[in-house]
Design a protein around this ligand. Structure first.
Ligand SMILES: NC(=O)C1=CN([C@@H]2O[C@H](COP(=O)(O)OP(=O)(O)OC[C@H]3O[C@@H](n4cnc5c(N)ncnc54)[C@H](OP(=O)(O)O)[C@@H]3O)[C@@H](O)[C@H]2O)[C@@H](O)CC1
Ligand SMILES: Nc1ncnc2c1ncn2[C@@H]1O[C@H](COP(=O)(O)OP(=O)(O)O)[C@@H](O)[C@H]1O
Ligand SMILES: [K+]
Length: 476
């Protein structure tokens, strides 16, 4: 797992680490690591033009010391100081000693690399006007955009951008990954995140949220053993689609079958379509109770929101089985929250932003807090979809998904996610982790399918076996 941390948590760890170190050591580690990443990105230093955007805090200090390292290696380094009388004095002296100089924003027009040291974890509110003007000039220029610790303008804690932010292609972050680099608008502004170890590890508290790695997911993908049969692999029940629109039922059932093949039962009005597409599924057009025993239900995609759908949903939610509540079922729960309020078995709600708003009010800029708010309000697990899907449990535990591709923004991919999630809910991990595993697998399937060009939802189902085989082989 990759821990995600808030600015306050990182500052606390910094204080503890500093207690045993000479002043300035952590900044030297940060700046040396930053310069090494820049050298790696540039391929060489000699003759390369580097421009530093320098605010008056330690973030600017990091940029100045890294600039000094690059200048010693032969780079032409120019520091643009936002507040010349308040720039980090030792950092500026080091840069000048190394042959660097100070200059104006016009240097950005010829930069090979721009280091954004305007503001890091000490930022508050929207980026100020003078900083915004520099960011615009950097974007207009040809340089590779690299943020120091956090792209200026991004909230390190939440990923919110109040106003504008430095649109980094790479972010070199120190000590720990901040939550705001991987979620919401911050994810888009951060580009590729590089973590530089500055020795905070032993001093960091439990993380604010977590990201699963391929290896974390692989432990939940054991192949069947000699003693397994179709029932022991988990029985998923799917209620999705309608006679007129069977697609959601076909996608959801196919995803459940492909994700963790054991047994999938389908109950609903898309029975004919599902039977034709998936002869492996046990299909009934009757009510959920007629489907036979299942270990987890997926209910909602394309099922409609009429009284018949409401009554089917109520029947499923009245069981003591884990349930994935998706799409139309979310609309029904928004109208009647009591449907899930009394459940003790795991319930995972999987809204996109509009569905979330109907249930809990607008998502807002802090997506992790929003998911936590929803989970606490209904005592459920909430999987909030997005380019970085967030999972929050009712106890506050949270995951931010690290996989995926914007090619997933196409109809029906959510139906596939619901089916995959149903499959993982039948065994193994607890609800929140199952949801995080499903989002991870779904994102990897999207990446794999997108290698062949634009994907449609059915492609995700087709590549699921190969996705799982690849993940099973993951060792880190
Ligand atoms: N923690 C660690 O382990 C380590 C931390 N390290 C580094 O220290 C950094 C934190 O440094 P920090 O505390 O000095 O704050 P920082 O991010 O430079 O911000 C303060 C500056 O921003 C300005 N400013 C504020 N808001 C603004 C806005 N909206 N728009 C524009 N400007 C704004 C504010 O201006 P002022 O309010 O003072 O006028 C002041 O100039 C951290 O991110 C990392 O890089 C590493 O060196 C080593 C280990
Ligand atoms: N821009 C994007 N980048 C990455 N993933 C996305 C993006 N847009 C949507 N997704 C993912 O695609 C899926 C869409 O689900 P949903 O909105 O329910 O669509 P549908 O109802 O058509 O199935 C979710 O898993 C979501 O996280
Ligand atoms: K920065």
């Amino acid at each position: 797992m990759t821990g995600l941390f808030t600015a306050a948590q990182v500052r606390g760890a910094e204080r503890a680490a500093m207690a045993g170190l000479r002043p300035g050591v952590l900044m030297q580690r940060a700046a040396t690591g930053l310069a090494a990443v820049c050298l790696g990105l540039l391929g060489r230093a000699h003759g390369v033009r580097v421009v530093l955007l320098v605010g008056s805090g330690d973030n600017g200090g990091d940029a100045l010391f890294a600039g000094a390292v690059l200048a010693v290696r032969g780079a032409q380094v120019t520091a643009v100081l936002l507040a010349p009388d308040r720039a980090h004095a030792d950092g500026l002296a080091a840069l000048l000693r190394a042959g660097g100089r100070t200059g104006g924003a016009e240097s950005l027009a010829r930069a090979d690399l721009v280091l954004d040291g305007i503001v890091g974890i000490g930022g508050t509110g929207g980026l100020r006007d003078d900083a915004v003007a520099l960011v615009h000039a950097a974007v207009a220029g040809p340089g590779l955009l690299v943020a120091v610790d956090v792209p200026s303008g991004v909230s390190a804690d939440t990923g919110e951008v109040a106003g504008e932010a430095f649109p980094a292609q790479h972010t070199v972050t120190f000590g720990a990954v901040k939550t705001g680099l991987v979620v919401g608008a911050g994810r888009g502004a951060a580009g590729t995140v590089h973590l530089v170890d500055i020795g905070l590890g032993p001093h960091l508290p439990a993380p604010d949220a977590e990201q699963l790695t391929d290896a974390d997911v692989a432990v939940h993908l054991d192949p069947p053993g000699a003693g397994d049969d179709k029932y022991s692999r988990g029985v998923v029940g799917v209620i999705a689609g309608s006679a007129t629109y069977p697609g959601a039922g076909v996608l959801c059932t196919g995803a459940a079958l492909r994700a963790r093949p054991g047994l999938v039962r389908y109950a609903g009005t898309a029975a004919e379509g599902v039977k034709a597409a998936w002869p492996e599924a046990l299909v009934t057009s009757g009510r959920p109770g007629a489907a036979g025993r299942v270990q987890a239900w997926v209910v909602g995609p394309g099922m409609g929101t009429d009284e018949a759908a409401r009554s089917v949903l109520a029947e499923v939610l009245a069981t003591d089985l884990p349930v994935v509540v998706d799409a139309d079922a979310l609309t029904l729960v928004a109208a009647q929250p009591g449907l899930v309020g009394d459940r003790t078995a795991p319930t995972v709600l999987t809204p996109h932003d509009r569905e979330f708003a109907r249930l809990f009010g607008e998502v807002g800029g802090d997506r992790v807090a929003a998911a936590r708010r929803g989970a606490a309000a209904l005592g459920c697990t909430v999987l909030l979809k997005g380019d970085a899907t967030v999972v929050a449990d009712r106890d506050g535990a949270a995951f931010v998904n690290a996989t995926g591709t914007s090619w997933l923004a196409t109809a029906g991919t959510g139906d596939v996610l619901a089916g995959v999630l149903g499959a993982f809910l039948t065994g193994g991990p607890a609800a929140a982790e199952a949801a995080a595993v499903a989002a991870h697998v779904h994102g990897r399937a999207g990446q794999l399918a997108a290698e062949q060009g634009p994907l449609i939802a059915g492609d995700l189902v087709r590549v699921l076996p190969r996705t799982l085989a690849r993940l099973r082989g993951a060792d880190g």
